[in-house]
Ligand binder design. Structure first.
Ligand code: NDP
Ligand code: X2W
Length: 315
């Protein structure tokens, strides 16, 4: 029997991707999609590729529990998920909750779900914090050589403007972004702390937003304890990600234009300084997919015992 899932924050960029993925998944039934702005409107009018009669509903927090769903995905802005979580707990419902926001990525009571790096620590938790989009790219770019790295890793990131959500800001303003690359939060970005915590090595992160809609490119600069050769570095990455259906190791540096709309991550472009002590690696992923919705589906699959990549188009 299919497990029922609801989405709160379903109008947003990540919500739309989740709708597509969940609607096509054989083991899940998309049972409720909450949006205040689209209350009563048919999902088919807003999400291309979706078929069916489902309509958005503006659900009050205290209505969520009474729906008796098996899982809720919270795709709300940061700082908004706790009210839903508290209402669900008060109602006595104990659904699996996957939170796309940053609100529980630092909370040890929640499982931090970056499957390729953390699935071995999953112990049946029903509360899952979905990692950030840049944070996923950084961790996957560094993890295979983390034990060789000395000192902080510098990460230069560029995101498409869908990363800034739908609430109007400079970072999703088409006029301000035209012919532009917009630096922001150049120290102390939340993802800097998220990666430093979960990877266990300090990261210095410099994010930028660009005029394209979707996709992140992340360039990681690492200083190595002992000199390495390029082939050995690449072999390490290939070995680490050999059995990962969503990870592709490439010789050349991956391009963000080629990852948009795809569910996986590309890592490559391994480049060493002449003394073999400085390594640069590039990772790309689609912020709305592997950076958010696809990762949420991997986590739901894990929580309900389905194969982790079930319902995820692999290409
Ligand atoms: N965009 C991205 O690339 C990524 C986003 N994330 C995280 O996922 C979450 C969702 O992001 P994204 O889809 O981009 O966001 P959007 O801004 O596109 O959508 C936010 C959604 O939340 C609802 N919402 C907005 N404000 C409130 C509020 N005050 N109370 C209740 N509902 C509200 C909106 O619907 P309505 O107003 O109709 O109710 C909308 O559906 C965020 O926490 C973000 O940080 C994570 C990784 C990547
Ligand atoms: C371009 C842009 O603004 N990107 C967002 C990151 C995407 C996001 O939604 O943040 P989480 O992944 O932490 O949830 C930011 O820098 O805050």
């Amino acid at each position: 029997m299919a497990r029922t899932v609801g989405i709160v924050g379903a109008r947003g960029h990540t919500g739309a991707e989740l709708i597509r993925l969940l609607a096509a998944h054989p083991g899940f039934e998309l049972a409720a999609v909450s949006s205040r702005e689209l209350d009563g409107q048919r999902v088919t009018e807003h999400v291309s590729g979706f078929h069916g009669e489902l309509r958005y509903a503006s659900l009050a927090h205290d209505e969520l529990g009474s729906l008796g769903l098996d899982a809720w995905v919270l795709a709300l802005p940061n700082g908004k998920s706790d009210a839903c979580i508290a209402s669900l707990a008060e109602s006595g419902a104990e659904p699996v909750i996957v939170d796309l926001s940053a609100d529980h990525r630092f909370d040890d009571d929640w499982y931090y779900g970056l499957p390729e790096l953390t699935r071995d620590t999953y112990a049946g938790q029903r509360r899952i914090a979905n990692p950030g989009c840049y944070a996923s790219a950084m961790q996957l770019a560094v993890a295979p050589v983390r034990d060789l790295v000395e000192g902080p890793v510098q990460c230069f990131g560029v995101s498409g403007y869908s990363g800034a959500g739908t609430a109007p800001s400079d970072r999703n303003d088409a006029d301000k972004l035209r012919d532009n690359l917009m630096p922001y939060a150049l120290v102390d970005h939340l993802h800097e702390r998220e990666v430093t915590r979960h990877l266990g090595t300090p990261v210095e992160f410099m994010p930028h937003v660009a005029p394209h809609f979707r996709g992140i490119t992340l360039t990681a600069n690492m200083h190595l304890r002992t000199p390495m050769e390029r082939d050995a570095v690449e072999a390490r990455y290939r070995e680490r990600y050999r059995d990962e259906p969503l990870l592709r190791v490439t010789g050349d540096a991956p391009w963000v234009s080629r990852i948009a709309g795809h569910h996986g991550v590309e890592v490559g472009g391994f480049t060493l300084s002449a003394d073999g002590r400085r390594l640069v690696v590039v990772a790309t992923l689609d912020n709305l997919l592997k950076g958010a919705a696809t990762q949420a589906l991997q986590n739901l699959n894990l929580a309900f015992g389905y194969p982790e990549a079930e319902g995820i188009p692999l290409d």
